[in-house]
Design a binder for this molecule. Structure first.
Ligand SMILES: Nc1ncnc2c1ncn2[C@@H]1O[C@H](COP(=O)(O)OP(=O)(O)OP(=O)(O)O)[C@@H](O)[C@H]1O
Length: 408
């Protein structure tokens, strides 16, 4: 295997609690802060107790041609890791080895200057990553075409809409042919069409043997694009492996234990106090049986609505007692016990989440269970032909009957 393009060796980063200036939240602002000196550490060391590790002993390799995902809950340390990789901030311990030019697109638009025009910013960014002006000139037309901002290319970018800004920033970072492209949440902005274009471009870049590092909360994008992914939690690597496995571990962080969810901080109005699965392991085509304890301060008309998501967080199935099945029911003051049967579920082998909420259909959502119930389909052979139908990005997760009839 080729030498890694990025190697992190025991990287830790210590911060002072509360030392985080919220006005410098984004990477772009942090970069500007670093340039203007607003990010300088204070002269007096902080008391020991106020320090914590935003990253702790993080080690991994990323190889040329690899698209590596980084996922984790808010505050897990993802941005800190990207800032260290992009040399915006230095690690407190450990080191990073990088082979090749890096273009970072953390919080899209890094390195853009608002007073300069689109054209000038393209040149500036090329220079920042060490390209000659003739190299930039050769790429110029493709960047502008990808970004779709032709008409405004000689306008200072402070007049751009956020969509235009994002499109140009991604186009620049992706077309300047860095050996390593670092992207933070580009998929959270821009319209669906543009996001598709970005995904395609990142795929193409990896196909050319370059390295892409992608942070996203969009798990389907991580699943579709990345071979491997790292799950960070509390600054540590909780899992590093195939993207689908890492996503499964991530979903596990939110799981209700053993198919039971008890609402921690229920609202005072009508709510689902707890929900329990009869079993959290079913076979293809079986029903899910759920017992819901519903609390209400008064008498109401209500309905239960449900969604089933796959392990990548994609919504697969919606159903409801009402409005879909026209069946509202009464809930009375105090505790109401409700048995739900959901199915039959034509699902592939794999992990799923059941999201539940109590509503007055069409009118108001009384309460959505804060944590989904998790269940596994442990065996799936939809046609009884010995085919193991396994949840995957390629085949999806739902099987329906199929027939054929030869016509002469
Ligand atoms: N400059 C700083 N000074 C002090 N604490 C910081 C600083 N930057 C980040 N932190 C803290 O370090 C921890 C990790 O933050 P980081 O931004 O890396 O997490 P994240 O995984 O990117 O989160 P999100 O998904 O919300 O962006 C958080 O507790 C955050 O508040």
């Amino acid at each position: 295997m080729s030498a890694p393009s990025i190697r992190a060796l025991g990287v830790s980063k210590e911060y002072v609690r509360g030392g985080h200036n919220p006005s410098l939240r984004t990477f772009r602002e942090a970069l500007a802060g670093a340039v203007t000196g607003r990010f300088r550490p204070s002269a007096r060391p902080a008391p020991r107790d106020d320090r914590f590790l935003a990253l702790s002993d993080v080690s991994f390799d990323v190889h040329p041609g690899e698209v590596m995902g980084i996922i984790g809950r808010n505050g897990a340390g993802k941005s800190t890791l990207l800032k260290i990789l992009s040399r915006i901030t230095a690690p407190t311990a450990g080191r990073i080895e990088v082979r090749g030019r890096i273009a970072s697109l953390l919080e899209v638009g890094t390195g853009f200057h608002p007073e300069l025009t689109g054209r000038e910013n393209i040149r500036l960014n090329g220079a920042i990553i060490g390209m000659t002006s003739s190299e930039v000139a050769r790429k110029f037309d493709r960047i502008v075409a990808f970004s779709e901002v032709e008409k405004f290319i000689d306008t200072p970018i402070k007049h751009y809409s956020s969509g235009m800004y994002t499109r140009l920033a991604f186009a620049v970072a992706a077309h300047l042919e860095p050996e390593i492209l670092i992207v933070d949440e580009v998929l959270a902005v821009g319209d669906a069409e543009f996001q598709k274009k970005c995904l395609g471009k990142m795929n193409e870049i990896a196909g050319q043997g370059r390295t892409v590092l992608l942070v996203s909360h969009n798990l389907s994008a991580i699943g579709a694009l990345c071979q491997n992914a790292i799950l960070l939690d509390g600054g540590r690597i909780l899992h590093h492996g195939a993207a689908a496995d890492t996503i499964a571990h991530y979903s596990g962080l939110f799981r209700g234990d053993d198919g039971v969810v008890v609402e921690d901080k229920p609202p005072s109005g009508p709510h689902i106090a707890s929900a329990t699965l009869a079993t959290n392991q079913i076979l293809f085509g079986e029903k899910l049986a759920v017992t819901c304890m519903i609390q209400s301060p008064d008498r109401r008309r209500a309905a239960i609505e449900v969604e089933i998501h796959d392990g990548l967080g994609r919504k697969l199935i919606y159903s409801s007692t009402a409005p879909m099945h026209g069946q509202e029911f009464d809930i009375y003051p105090g505790t109401n016990r409700l048995m739900l049967g959901i199915g039959a579920l034509p699902l592939a082998r794999g992990s799923y989440e059941l999201h539940l909420w109590l509503s007055k259909p069409w009118v108001e959502e009384f309460h959505r269970l804060s944590v989904p119930l998790c269940f596994d389909v442990v065996q799936s052979d939809p046609g009884g032909a010995g085919f193991d139908f396994q949840q995957s990005y390629e085949r999806g997760c739902v099987a329906v009957p199929i027939t054929f009839e030869r016509q002469e």
